[in-house]
Write a protein that binds this ligand. Structure first.
Ligand code: FRU
Length: 424
């Protein structure tokens, strides 16, 4: 496997590297980068469905947008099966943990609406059964396109394969609620190419998903971020000096870290409608550091590009670790170079006493961070847990230069609009 420079030599930019040295700076439980404890008596949005990744309706510039005073969110969603014999344990009790852990295989896109930016009401499924070409409907981004209420939903069609797709529909409001119409024709956009982005044939554990389209505030062009892994056969990647970074004596051994090859991908649209895309080399790679940089997204602030991405403890490479949560990087221009926020990259992690309390953090341009509750311990030892599948309390964060600070906590699932669009 070639180095970044050899591989992406003749391209407009060099991927920035999240190095092992950067990751060695990660400090769990630093109060400025740790999510407040989520209490085990949290309310659930629904007893019928689990929800996890939450995707607020927004415009192409990243602003969370309400329509006619209604806030709208999309969520990855799966039925709960409290009465299904398949999910009963040996004592005949509902094994909610197993049901929850199986959810990815039956993930569907649902939407919710609200007048208050919380207290979400279930709208229903976005696409009827049979519309999406694959079994799983994985994360992406709903974009409000205009004052007619047209919405492009970019998402990931998974199993078989993993394809970045889009489907167009429309949001319709009344005094009583919101409905979505259309969302009937899914258009495949692109898949991993095996040259820049790893394919399933190169690695059965590849990741290629989570599209996040945006308009670059500087050049005005349409781009898209997504999660990928660096191309190449599994095990062939080199963790060299560049990937290791400036480590202290005794930290040179990289173990089996060549198996962790996450990257943040970027594509540019060839047209104004975002129907025709060209993949570019990754913005950021984490070879030898971590295997997943999921749901990448931007906040554009103070003329800078704040790149956020979620990651897990279990996807870190040998010799480095960090909490489940959201990580961030900052650059002065779109193509970098990106520098890890807070030195390490860690922006908002779970406290070590509740390592799985939340995940899938999404940083909004107003500094609010939404996430979902995964599982919260209900006893001292952490052996008993309560499964979430619902919205977590929103966290308020300040972004200042190359640092971030947790400054506030809000209600469960609080996602207030940044602007309201009156439909014509
Ligand atoms: C993040 C994530 C996404 C993916 C989805 C699958 O929580 O892993 O990357 O689209 O969940 O359920």
């Amino acid at each position: 496997m070639k180095s970044n420079t050899e591989k992406f030599g003749k391209t407009p930019h060099q991927p920035s590297l999240w190095t092992r040295a950067d990751a060695l700076k990660v400090r769990a439980d630093d109060p400025t980068t740790t999510q407040p404890l989520v209490s085990a008596d949290f309310p659930v949005l629904s007893n019928e469905v689990f929800i996890w990744d939450t995707m607020p309706l927004r415009d192409m510039d990243g602003n969370v947008t309400s329509v006619d005073g209604w806030s709208v969110i999309f969520t990855l969603t799966a039925d709960r099966h409290p009465n299904d014999p398949q999910y009963l344990d040996e004592n005949g009790n509902y094994d909610i943990t197993r049901d929850w852990n199986d959810r990815h295989g039956r993930a569907k896109m649902y939407y919710w609406f609200s007048r208050t930016g919380k207290d979400w009401e279930l709208g229903g499924r976005v696409m009827a059964e049979g519309v999406s070409p694959t079994v799983r409907e994985w994360a992406g981004t709903p974009i409000l396109l205009n004052e007619q209420g047209d919405v492009d939903l970019y998402y990931t069609a998974v199993t078989p394969g993993a394809t970045i797709v889009k489907v167009r529909g429309r949001v319709v409001t009344t005094e009583h609620g919101v409905s979505l119409v259309g969302f009937e024709k899914v258009k495949p956009l692109f898949e991993a190419d095996g040259k820049m982005y790893q394919t399933e044939a190169q690695n059965a554990f590849w990741g290629f998903r989570d599209p996040w389209p945006f308009r670059d505030p500087n050049d005005g062009k349409l781009y898209m971020l997504f999660e990928g892994n660096v191309a190449g056969e599994r095990g062939s990647h080199k963790v060299g000096e560049a990937e290791i970074g400036d480590v202290p004596p005794g930290y040179e051994d990289v173990g089996n870290s060549r198996f962790q090859t996450a990257c943040v991908g970027i594509a540019v649209a060839r047209d104004e409608d975002g129907d025709d895309w060209e993949m570019l080399p990754p913005l950021l790679t984490a070879v030898g550091v971590n295997d997943q940089t999921e749901r990448p997204h931007f906040v554009f602030q103070d003329g800078k590009y704040y790149l956020f991405t979620i990651s897990h403890t279990f996807t870190y490479a040998d010799g480095v670790t960090g909490p489940d949560g959201v990580y961030g990087f900052v650059a002065d221009s779109l193509f970098g170079p990106y520098v890890p926020l807070n030195g390490s990259g860690l922006v908002l992690g779970n406290p070590s006493s509740q390592p799985f309390q939340t995940y899938s953090h999404y940083v909004m341009p107003n500094g609010l961070v939404t996430s979902f509750i995964d599982s919260v311990p209900t006893d001292e030892t952490g052996t008993q847990i309560r499964i979430g599948g619902t919205e977590a309390p929103t966290v308020g964060m300040k972004i200042k230069g190359q640092q971030t600070f947790v400054v506030a906590e809000y209600d469960y699932g609080y996602i207030p609009p940044m602007l309201d669009v009156t439909l014509k």
